[in-house]
Design a protein around this ligand. Structure first.
Ligand SMILES: [Zn+2]
Length: 50
């Protein structure tokens, strides 16, 4: 049996609209959040999912 390594996931979510997406890299999640905040001035954040 091969051990399964789980990728670390980052959940990008907006507090002010239905935007929600999961990334497997913190950089990608941060970039997505930063772009959304810039475009909409919403409050969005990326959090790690264990
Ligand atoms: Zn939003």
């Amino acid at each position: 049996m091969a051990p399964r390594k789980r990728p670390r996931l980052y959940h990008a979510v907006c507090r002010e609209c239905a935007l929600e997406r999961v990334f497997d890299s913190e950089d990608a999640a941060d970039a997505f959040v930063a772009r959304h905040v810039e475009e909409t001035t919403h409050t969005a954040l990326a959090e790690r999912v264990d």
